[in-house]
Write a protein that binds this ligand. Sequence first.
Ligand code: PMV
Length: 310
Amino acid sequence: MKTQGNGSASGKIILMGEHSVVFGQPAIAMPLEAVRVRVQVERLAPNMADQLDSGYFRGELADAPDTLENIKVLVRRLKDFFYLQGGLALQIISQIPAERGMGSSAAVAVALTRSFFDLADQPLDPALLLEFANISERVAHGNPSGIDAAAASGRYPLYFRKGSPIEAFDSNLSGWLTIADTGIRGKTRQAVADVGKLVKEAPQARAMIFSLGLLTQIARFALEKNQLDILGQTMNDAQALLKKLTVSSAELDQLISSALQAGAIGAKLTGGGRGGCMLALSRTEEAAAEIGRQLKITGARAIWFQKLGE
Ligand code: PMV
């Protein structure tokens, strides 16, 4: 056992398939390397209580607010797993904005688990890592798909369909994503509820969900076969459908049209929508940077870049 352990993890973005994934269609998510969370765990004197130092709270872990219950539960499980007695000092440094669909809670869980295994100087099997991370995700989100934790811990795009194992696949696409934050918290819960209502009441909405599933399958093909224009087209088509399903917003629409004007090959919202973030696809790093500049002028709160493929 060491005196200090460190762990880190990345954020995630949904490339395609948000909302339709709720109805059994596939989705593609990927790690967002540009935003990371780092966790440091340090052993304290045996008579000391666990301490937490994070952007949201600083003090005794036991006094942390209910919104951090996922962390409390995971720390307890990890301490039990390693028979750790005595206090720990946990420091969480996160670049991942909360409630933007970037998987911040899953990334914290992955980084925290890694930090404990580093402290114990033990190797960590990927399946065990996900098991621990999803303990925390179940507290945070009730019934998580598990895709956030998988994306936060891995390096590959993930193909996911409810009830099937998550599948990592190789992207051979040479392209870039510019990701922009509207600065508005996503409203995933309400958006999911509203789409559910539409799907129940309107046959057209059911057809749209099915189309989003097909677009996701085409997008996977485009990633594997380096078909940038096809991927861009699927993103644009998906955005049009997501808008009809009422999950876009004026701010998202504005950023998306600004990205397309700046030369993006495709652009769409990512995640729950009604706020949160959007993605724009381009061929080169320079093109991605130019789109980023335009998005900033249009009012994006923050911009990130992600290379696609190797
Ligand atoms: O915004 P996020 O990353 O929480 O993504 C929500 C994705 C949805 O498909 C809208 C909901 C879900 O549970 O899959």
